[in-house]
Design a protein around this ligand. Structure first.
Ligand code: AMP
Length: 595
């Protein structure tokens, strides 16, 4: 019997979630589902987004719904159109094994007529944003007198957004003896008021500590001059070629400006803010969701309820005044048990805000240094090599050109050929970053507080290690963490800044544990292959001498530091004449993972 089967849910739900690949209930599901199934009553769930709370209320809701009837039995109210659509999608998936299930989304900015038509077909569950729901009620288009469960999702956000009166209005239309399930990331007085007014002896469930960000989010800040914030943003993006991020700005104008600059500078970016029409916003979100957009530049309001998995970085271009807002921002990453990074680009004056947020979320930020040009170039180069390693070759198409290509390139040996192939793609980067200024500003207070302030770019100080295990071995961040924890008996979250490449991985442990971790792995084999672990600086030089334990030559990673520097300098020199004439006003179009 699986963990999900033990919860007591209807078989059709179990079947549906198995198809979705859910294996084990998340902690909030583990707590909420059996309680609600055994004793259906009011519930208050304190949980962040990304904890699996939609299924925590959605699965019991479906369990209790009689889909052979057409009347509306459950109503879910949530703050944004995005979230409304997301919940509707999720619940539709969870109820896919029921005939006649009709879960209808009601939200502003789309045709009300179509939504009325959907309701008229018989909607057993309605998912609605407050404003449009009030509109429906006032037009007499929804009948709520037989609703037996109301879910208020992200209640704190709804109140923040000024939906208090709408909520009162909607709730007054529903029967007295219904159950109310309220979910909120935080519990301000206004939310307590709703629970006092509308709820009866609720079950309380808390996942994680109140007001805390998810455990697996790293909080990092960079200190720069205010005028260098945009350059810092670009450097972060360039240092993370596979970034899939959300950049938060404070105003619509700033959001628009930053997005426009990024687009002009060749990044896959776009903006999301309130001045866009609904159709424009849908378009942007569609592109972001399917990852044709790499960076979404957004205001807080527009980004509320965005539920996109795999967001790697949340970037606070400007910090919010309210620490609660920071929690919501950072909660857009590290969803569904994944890990993520929340970065803040601050000037000296804004460091006080970092301290306030630290107090509120009970976690410390790490001060890090922005990478310099060489570090960015190195990272891009590794990315490029990885892409070459996994590039799909269309044998049929390329075969006919091969004799000609071989003939034309016959004068070059392997090393020269590799250098030229890499330079062709890479020179623009080298050029842009040659003599790139140091953007970091010294923040003395942080140095004292934080021993690792030299940051992720000083490998020895942070206990950064290299291991010859990578994507080719089926590794991703979660698996790597689990595996490393298993080998070392340390907590999975001791392993930080895990940067998984095709054949190898860099990761950090605290400097005092580096030696221990090194020892644990030293004589370890992975699927019969001897592992090699090293401090990241020396690792690369020994790998170039051909001592890699992997047998496939795809595994060899022949760049020691000297070679890298040689490459960097040589390529730069060989293109000097071109460089001198070219403009350096903005960075090159980036070779992108998503292109
Ligand atoms: P939520 O907190 O409801 O926004 O959920 C975040 C993400 O986790 C969604 O994409 C869900 O599909 C996913 N999810 C929820 N429950 C589980 C589970 N038990 N196993 C795997 N993924 C889940």
């Amino acid at each position: 019997m699986t963990e999900f089967e033990k919860l007591g849910l209807d078989n059709r739900i179990i079947e549906a979630i198995q198809k979705l690949g859910f294996e084990n209930p998340t902690p909030i599901q583990q707590q909420a589902i059996p309680q609600l199934l055994n004793d259906k009553r009011d519930l208050i769930g304190l949980a962040q987004t990304g904890t699996g709370k939609t299924a925590a209320f959605g699965l019991p809701l479906i369990h209790f719904t009689d889909f052979s009837k057409k009347h509306t039995q459950a109503l879910i109210i949530c703050p944004t159109r995005e979230l409304c659509l997301q919940i509707t999608r999720d619940l539709t998936n969870y109820s896919s094994e029921y005939e006649n299930a009709n879960i209808v989304a009601i939200y502003g900015g789309a045709s009300i007529e179509n939504q009325i038509r959907e309701i008229n077909k018989g909607a057993q569950i309605i998912v609605a944003t407050p404003g449009r729901m009030v509109d429906m009620i006032e037009r007499g288009r929804v009948k709520l007198h037989m609703v037996d469960t109301v879910v208020l999702d992200e209640a704190d956000e709804m109140l923040n957004m000024g939906f208090k009166e709408d909520l009162d209005h909607i709730l007054s239309e529903t029967p007295e003896e219904k159950n109310t399930w309220l979910f909120s990331a935080t519990m301000p007085v206004e939310v307590s008021r709703i629970s006092n007014n509308y709820m009866n002896n609720p079950i309380h469930i808390t996942v994680g500590k109140q007001n805390q960000g998810a455990e697996n989010i790293e909080h990092i800040y960079y200190v720069v001059h205010a005028r260098d914030k945009y350059a810092a943003l670009k450097r972060i993006a360039d240092f993370n070629p596979e970034i899939f991020g959300i950049v938060f700005c404070r105003t619509r104008i700033e959001t628009q400006e930053i997005a426009e600059k990024l687009i002009k500078d060749g990044y896959n970016a776009d903006s999301l803010h309130g001045d866009l029409s609904q159709q424009q916003r849908d378009n942007v979100m569609k592109r972001y969701r399917n990852k044709t957009l790499q960076m979404l530049v957004a205001t807080d309001v527009a980004a509320r309820g965005i539920d996109v998995n795999n967001v790697t970085h949340v970037i606070n271009y400007n910090l919010p005044d309210d620490p609660e807002v920071y929690t919501h921002r950072s909660g857009r990453t590290a969803r569904a048990g994944r890990s993520g990074v929340s970065l803040a680009i601050v000037n000296l004056k804004e460091i006080g805000k970092i301290r306030e947020i630290e107090k509120k979320i009970g976690k410390q930020f790490t001060k890090e240094k922005l990478p310099d040009g060489v570090q960015v170039c190195e990272k891009q180069l590794i990315n490029l090599i990885n892409k070459i390693q996994v590039a799909e070759v269309n044998e049929n198409e390329i075969d006919k050109f091969m004799p000609m290509a071989l003939e034309m390139l016959s004068g070059l040996n392997k090393e020269e050929l590799i250098k030229r192939v890499l330079s062709e793609e890479f020179n623009r980067f080298l050029e842009y970053y040659r003599n790139a200024p140091d953007l970091n500003v010294e923040d003395r207070g942080a140095k004292d507080r934080n021993q690792s302030s030299k940051g992720r770019f000083n490998t020895q100080a942070t206990g950064r290690l290299f291991i010859n295990l990578g994507e080719m071995d089926g590794m991703n961040q979660e698996l790597f963490r689990k595996y490393a924890a298993q080998v070392t008996n340390l907590d999975p979250f001791e392993f930080k800044r895990i940067n998984i490449k095709n054949t190898f991985t860099f990761f950090d442990v605290s400097p005092e544990k580096a030696e221990y971790v090194h020892e644990c792995f030293q004589f370890k084999k992975f699927k019969g292959r001897k592992l090699r672990i090293d401090h990241s600086e020396s690792a690369q030089s020994s790998s170039s001498s051909g001592k890699q334990s992997g047998s496939s030559n795809k595994r060899s990673y022949g760049n020691n530091d000297n070679e890298k520097n040689k490459f960097y300098k040589k390529s730069s020199t060989s293109n000097r004449s071109k460089e001198n004439t070219s403009k350096k006003s903005h960075p090159p179009r980036r070779p992108s993972y998503f292109e």
